[in-house]
Each structure stands twice: as C-alpha cells, then as structure tokens.
Write a protein that binds this ligand. Structure first.
Ligand code: SUG
Length: 449
C-alpha cells in the first residue's frame, strides 16, 4: 500500500484583517490596523496550493471557520439587531469584537495534531483539534475546526476525531505547529516529535520572561496519549525560552522537519544535544538522520523571525531529495538568500528552494508552514477524503472564480462594523460548502430560522 504526505492548506476567509491580536507574534503586532486585502490573501493561498499540486505534491484544502462569530458576540452581551450589536461591540470591546472577525483559522498548522495510521495502535488516523487557549480569537476556533475535520475526513472506519483537550493554560495546545513526524517511508512507524514552550506543572523550570509559551508539555503528553502513540517513538523537546522572547511563538517559526531531516536554528531548543540524542535513540533505522543546523552567524534568530526562513515547507521528492518552500521575504533578505544558495549546493538533503508570495498571511505572522496541516494518508484513506477538498485543475478554477465573486479587496477595522460584510461572508461560505459538497458545517447553516 502506498502512503502520501498531504498538505491541507487553509482557505483564507472573507474577513481577513490585521487586528494586532497576537501578543508575542511580532508581525501581528507591527501590522495592527493596516489595511488588508482578503481577495489577494485567498488567491495567494490558492496559487501556492495549485503550484505545489502541479509539481506533484499531494495537496488538499480546508474551509475556514465562519466569521464573524456572532454567537460569541452575543455571549459577551452584545444583543439587539445586527448593526446595533456590531456598533456597540466595536466601541465597548474593540479587541473582542475584532477577535470575532479574525480569519486566523487559515493557519491550519494550528488546526489540529494528526497522527497517521502507521503510528497508532488501532491503525486509524487520529485528529485532535488544538484548543489554542492562549489567544481569545483562536480559543473560539476548535469546535468549528473539529466539525470541519469530521466532514472532510468522515469515515469512522479510517479516522478518529478527538475533542480538543481542556481549554486551560495548563493544557495550552497549538497543534501541528509544535509537532513533527520523522520516518523512513510515510507508511512505516514514525517518530512523533512534540515541542513545548513550558512545563505547566513545574513553574521553576525554564520559561520565557516576556512573551507567552503557548504550548505546555502536559498538553503534548495528553495528545500523544489520545493518539495511542507508543512511548519509544515519541520524543519531547523544550523550545529555548529566549527564542520565544524574540518572537518565536511556535516551534515552526524556528524549525521544520520531515522524514529523516530536521532543519533548525542552533538556538531553537533549550537543550540541543539532549534533543538530538533523543531523536537518534528513537531513530533505530539504518538510514542516516540529517540534522541541518543553521548557526546564529549565518542567519540570526531575529532575521529568522523577520523572514520566516524556518516557517517553510520541507517536501520530500521521489529521488530522496527535499524541496524547501519559503516565503518571498526570504528572497528579500541578503543573509537568508545567501544561506539558501549555500544550503542547496552543500550536497545535503535539501537540494531545491521554491519561493511563494504569501504576504497577506505573513503580515499576520503566518508563512507557508502555518498555512498547511500535514496529513499522511494511505491510498485507501485518500479515497475516504471529501473529494472536492483535494486540489486539482477544476476545483482550483472554481475557487478562484468564487473568491473573485465574493471577496473584498480592502478591509479596515471600520469596515468590520458593516452588517453587509456579515452577509457577504456568510453568503460566500454557504456557497463554499456547496462547492466542497460538505453539507452544513457552520452555525449560521445549522441554526433554526
Ligand atoms: O496565532 N496570527 C497567528 C499566526 C499563526 C501562525 N501559525 C503557525 N506558526 N503555525 C497567531 O499568532 C494574528 C491575527 C491578528 O493579529 O489579526 C494571528 O492570529
């Protein structure tokens, strides 16, 4: 049986905006209140998906959460007709108001943690949506995300969907952004590598001083338990608290791995040597494991955060080489670009670099790796996925037409108060669920009139 690594990218929702909601995420804060372009954002994402699919990389897509989240606004006491509720919320609680409009579900690396059937005791693919409880605009995602994942991966024979783990800082979970899988072949037993920012149980252990550590060890352990992973094949590592304080709010901002390669900054982990030896111990394979390390003198942590060098997709090619998919910002940085040239010529496993423009997402701190959720699937499991959610010529052109029809090309904070935007967003999403043939997945579709 053949196995594939699918990348399921999140479609950017119609209310994509810059609200500065993510303390600890430098780009989110520095672009707060600037004008966004939701149409360009969704088209940039679709273009990357199509280009990678054309190159033969298995590609899927996930619909966004419906926004605005009117139920949450109502729960916060903003009652009355829609335009009064929007007006009052924007004046009395502008951050909570903007949170209900955030298109943050586009970053599907934070949608869930996924363990392939080769790693789990029951040989099913396990999904646990991330609770994202550190940020209010993300804490409201997991329920809808769970519903979306169930509708795309619906076969109970092949897929297991766990509810998100309890939404408390103790169990702060950010999903696949802090999770990597190593393996020889996608269909063989893999090593699942969980990276956390702090210990919830031991407040005296190292932790960042300035910015929050969103993921706890306790959360990662709970996910590993839920997914029935075998202990010898699970490795935990702590992020270096200092890099979190420099703006590395998820491990995927400073490291990316796939198969037998880990590409990372020398400062990524609290204890690099221990991390390396734990991976090597779990890696009992005869094939070599490659640690591709970038030193501070080659590319600084600051430059890595600015360019998102490590927030790249590391894609495996059939000839054993790897391709690194980086955001356009890497090409604009002399240090990073020089490094990337030397990397591909070094004779190491990474032999190619592809550049895509995902600036609309980057301005909120989301690069190519944030925009995708990796799901390793067997041929048989692929057949159980909602077919319209697999990228191809036809769905691509339908979605480009759909985006051009429904999306605005500029959105400011003031525009969020416009009740017309709510209508536009729900109309677009209603049509999307029909295009993707997913049935009713959104609250506004499920609520009785
Ligand atoms: O959670 N930004 C997201 C970016 C997520 C990136 N994902 C990964 N690294 N996998 C976040 O900080 C900004 C929204 C705003 O400010 O409007 C935001 O949510």
């Amino acid at each position: 049986m053949k196995f594939f690594e699918y990348n399921f990218d999140g479609l950017v929702g119609p209310t994509h905006n810059y609200a500065g909601l993510s303390y600890g995420n430098v780009a989110s804060k520095s672009n707060a209140q600037s004008l966004s372009n939701p149409k360009q954002a969704v088209l940039q994402g679709l273009e990357k998906m199509k280009a990678l699919s054309d190159r033969g990389y298995p590609q899927g897509l996930l619909p966004p959460n419906a926004r605005p989240d009117l139920q949450t606004l109502r729960r916060l006491g903003f009652s009355g007709d829609l335009s009064t509720a929007l007006e009052k919320a924007s004046q009395q609680a502008p951050q909570a108001f903007a949170s209900c409009f955030s298109a943050s579900s586009m970053w599907t690396a934070n949608a869930a943690t996924v363990s392939p059937s080769a790693d789990t005791v029951d040989h099913k693919v396990h999904f646990t949506p991330a609770n994202l409880c550190n940020k209010f605009h993300r804490f409201i995602e997991p329920e809808q995300t769970g519903r979306i994942l169930k509708s795309v991966f619906s076969s109970e024979k092949h897929f297991v969907h766990h509810p998100h783990i309890p939404s408390h800082e103790w169990f702060g979970d950010e999903g696949a952004a802090n999770h990597t899988r190593f393996c020889t072949d996608y269909g063989t037993q893999g090593i699942e590598f969980f990276v956390f920012g702090r210990y919830a149980d031991s407040p005296n252990r190292p932790a960042p001083k300035k910015y929050p550590a969103r993921q706890t060890l306790e959360a990662s352990q709970a996910v590993a338990r839920l997914h029935q992973l075998s202990d010898p094949f699970v490795v935990y590592a702590q992020q270096n608290p200092d890099v979190i304080d420099t703006g590395v709010f998820h491990n995927d901002v400073i490291a990316v791995g796939n198969k037998n390669v880990l590409f990372y900054h020398e400062k990524a982990f609290e204890n690099l040597q221990e991390t390396q030896s734990n991976i090597k111990r779990a890696w009992s394979d005869t094939q070599p494991f490659h640690f591709v390390e970038v030193s501070e003198s080659e590319v600084s942590v600051l430059e890595s955060v600015k360019t998102y060098l490590f927030n790249s997709q590391l894609l495996a090619n059939s000839d054993g080489t790897m391709t690194l998919v980086v955001p356009g910002e890497c090409e604009e940085s002399p240090a990073v670009w020089t490094y990337l040239q030397s990397l591909t010529q070094s004779g190491g496993p990474i032999s190619e670099v592809l550049v895509y423009d995902v600036k609309q997402s980057m301005r909120n701190g989301g690069g190519p790796a944030c925009l995708r959720l990796r799901v390793v699937l067997s041929e048989e499991e692929v057949r159980q996925v909602a077919p319209q959610c697999l990228m191809g010529e036809e769905i691509y052109s339908v979605l480009v037409g759909w985006a051009n029809k429904h999306y605005r090309d500029r959105l400011s904070f003031d525009d969020l108060r416009d009740p017309q935007l709510v209508q536009e967003s729900f109309t677009a999403l209603d049509e999307l669920t029909q295009i993707l043939k997913l049935g009713s997945i959104y609250d506004f579709q499920l609520e009785s009139p």
